[in-house]
Design a protein around this ligand. Structure first.
Ligand code: NI
Ligand code: MN
Length: 229
C-alpha cells in the first residue's frame, strides 16, 4: 500500500513503510501548494524531472535539510550538486535498484533549463517509473504526447499514472486521454493544471475524454491524500 499526497502542480509525496519520495517539489511560490519546505523533516529521495522552476522548486533546500538525494538526469543532478545537494544522477532508459525499489528514467518531450537572470541548460527532461510498496507509478514529468508511451505500458504494468493535462506547456486533456490509452494504468491522477492562467483550469474536459477508457481517474485536490493498493 502506498499513500499518495498531492501538493499541487506536479508535486507528489509517495510513502510506503519507512520510505517516502517527493516528486518535483515546487512549494515556495506555488499558489496551490498547501505544504511548505519545513513540513518535510525526512525524505528517502527527491525526484526532479527537469530544471524548470515549477519542478526543481525547493529540491536543493529539501535535500540539504533532509540529506535525501535528488534523483535526476545527470546534468540537472550536477547543477544541484554544485549547490550543495545530495544527488543520484541517472539518465533516460537507465534504471537503478534503490533500497525502496527500482527507478527508471523515461523520455519526456519538453525543455530542461534553469531560467532566471540567465538560462542554464540542464540536459534532457525525463519522466519516472517508480516501483514502491508493491506498486508501479509513472510520473510523466512535463511532456507532450509520444507514441513510445505504448512501449512504457507494455514493459511495465502501471498501477498509477501521474499525467499532465494542463495544455500550453504539456499535453492537454485530449492528448492526455490518448496517453492513458497507450499506458493502460489502473488509475490516473491528473496534474499540471490550474496553477497558472494559461493552463487548463479544471479536469472536466480530461474526464470527458477519459470516459470510454478502462483506467479509473483519481482526481486529487492539493493537500489531499489517497491510499493505493
Ligand atoms: Ni517544464
Ligand atoms: Mn511545468
Amino acid at each position: 500500500m502506498v499513500t499518495v499526497t498531492y501538493h499541487g502542480h506536479a508535486c507528489f509525496h509517495l510513502s510506503a513503510g519507512k520510505h517516502s519520495l517527493l516528486f518535483d517539489p515546487f512549494l515556495s511560490g506555488n499558489p496551490l501548494a498547501a505544504a511548505r519546505v519545513e513540513d518535510f523533516r525526512s525524505l528517502t529521495a527527491i525526484l526532479v524531472s527537469h530544471g524548470h522552476a515549477d519542478h526543481l522548486g525547493d529540491a536543493v533546500e529539501l535535500s540539504k535539510r533532509t540529506k535525501a538525494p535528488i534523483i535526476a538526469p545527470f546534468e540537472l543532478a550536477a547543477f544541484c550538486e554544485r549547490r550543495g545537494a545530495f544527488v543520484h544522477p541517472m539518465h533516460i532508459g537507465g534504471s537503478f535498484g534503490f533500497e525502496f525499489g527500482r527507478v527508471k528514467l523515461t523520455i519526456a518531450h519538453h525543455g530542461s533549463a534553469v531560467v532566471d537572470k540567465t538560462t542554464e541548460y540542464t540536459g534532457n527532461p525525463c519522466g519516472f517509473l517508480v516501483h514502491l510498496g508493491g506498486l508501479t507509478f509513472y510520473h510523466a514529468g512535463d511532456t507532450g504526447l509520444f507514441y513510445d508511451m505504448k512501449l512504457i505500458g507494455e514493459l511495465d504494468d502501471i498501477d498509477v499514472a501521474l499525467l499532465p493535462i494542463g495544455d500550453n506547456f504539456t499535453m492537454g486533456p485530449r492528448d492526455a486521454a490518448k496517453a492513458v490509452e497507450f499506458l493502460r494504468p489502473r488509475y490516473v491522477v491528473p496534474m499540471h493544471f490550474a496553477t497558472f492562467d494559461v493552463l487548463e483550469q479544471d479536469t472536466s474536459r480530461f474526464l470527458l475524454a477519459m470516459e470510454t477508457l478502462d483506467a479509473e481517474p483519481a482526481v486529487m485536490a492539493p493537500g489531499e491524500s489517497r491510499e493505493f493498493s
